[in-house]
Design a protein around this ligand. Structure first.
Ligand code: ZN
Length: 342
């Protein structure tokens, strides 16, 4: 990456209102059949254009072709029953109706590879592609087959690795695994979660990232955060093991969070995507607020390893607010870039 402080987003961005209900998670599609396929591609192009206009350096598909960051991937797998849903508690926090694992899981065909090829031909900028992480996948399902979270995570890791290798071949520069579950199940993360993640990145030559956040800005998550006290030290539990893992980049929630910034010292040597945009408020950060967060992070991350980003995905926000936040991120990064370059 040539640019100092290259900006990116954690993942999802709002969809146009003609494609899906705005400001809604798991929003149903408004189009069908060929119109839906075309609509998703159009949305992807618009979303790329928004990112480029706002000055984002590492671009993504904004997850325009997915209904949800976990379930859409799982929908493409064998061994999962989407008809008979069950309600489970996700990340010990909120209930959701989810599909079940009823047999051996496998990938029928590539899931996002065509989308990645499409994005690749539209832009010269580096591309980051998000996939769900193995632990977060198992936490968004019920399992009537493997009866073991670890075993199922391992199977998903193998499938994710197949997909990741094809995304790399399609020209993706950074493959990111979303693991919000890493902030909840610390013992499992250390026992097998990071091992599963390393299985998912096995053999990849492109850069790899893990995104660990406190979730979308939905009520269940903001209510949970209120119970976490004045200092959020969750990252501390998993950083030592992550530091010694093969993952290149760690994506963290830092803006308006109560995470003590000095915890980042524990992953010294890794590149850090510092969340400098709060996705749980419609208030658009000022560039100076973004810059202040980045300056704080610079105490614990070398400048050439700091990647300014958002706390999490922005799909639940309005397009207007999300675009303003992208602009603020770019402008804030530019302030600090100029300071660094003297
Ligand atoms: Zn997130």
């Amino acid at each position: 990456m040539k640019t100092l402080l290259p900006t990116s987003t954690a993942g999802s961005l709002p969809k146009p209102s003609w494609l899906a209900q705005p400001e809604t998670l798991w929003s149903p599609w408004k189009l069908q059949g060929d119109e839906l396929i075309q609509g998703k591609q159009d949305a992807l192009r618009l979303c790329l254009d928004d990112q480029q206009q706002a000055g984002i350096d590492i671009v993504s598909d904004g997850e325009q072709t997915r209904q949800h960051f976990v379930t859409t991937f799982i929908e493409h797998l064998n061994g999962v029953d989407f008809e008979n849903r069950k309600t489970v508690r996700i990340r010990n926090r909120y209930d959701a109706s989810v599909p079940g694992v009823v047999g051996e899981v496998s990938r029928q065909k590539p899931v996002f590879v065509d989308d990645a090829k499409y994005l690749r031909q539209l832009t010269q900028r580096p591309i980051k592609w998000a996939l769900p992480g193995p632990m977060t996948m198992i936490d968004t399902l019920y399992d009537d087959h493997y009866k073991s979270r670890e075993k199922l995570a391992w199977e998903f890791a193998k499938i994710l690795n197949q997909e990741a290798r094809e995304l790399e071949a399609a020209g993706v520069d950074i493959i990111q695994f979303d693991e919000p579950a890493f902030n909840v199940f610390f013992d499992e993360v250390n026992d097998w979660g990071i091992a599963a993640l390393e299985r998912a990145i096995e053999g990849l030559k492109c850069e790899t990232a893990v995104h660990i956040c406190y979730g979308y800005g939905i009520k269940a998550n903001t209510d949970w955060k209120k119970t976490l006290g004045t200092e959020w030290r969750q990252y501390e539990e998993i950083f030592p093991k992550l530091q010694s893992s093969g993952i290149d980049i760690v994506s963290l929630e830092c803006q308006n969070s109560r995470v003590p910034m000095d915890l980042i010292e524990l992953i010294r040597g890794k590149k850090v995507m510092v969340g400098a945009i709060d996705v749980a408020t419609n208030t658009i950060e000022t560039p100076e607020e973004v810059a202040a967060t980045l300056r704080k992070a610079l105490q614990f991350v070398d400048a050439d390893k700091l990647y300014p980003s958002t706390n999490c995905g922005m799909t639940p926000l309005s397009r207007h607010v999300a675009y303003g936040k992208l602009q603020a991120l770019s402008a804030g990064a530019e302030i600090v870039r100029k300071e660094l370059q003297g």
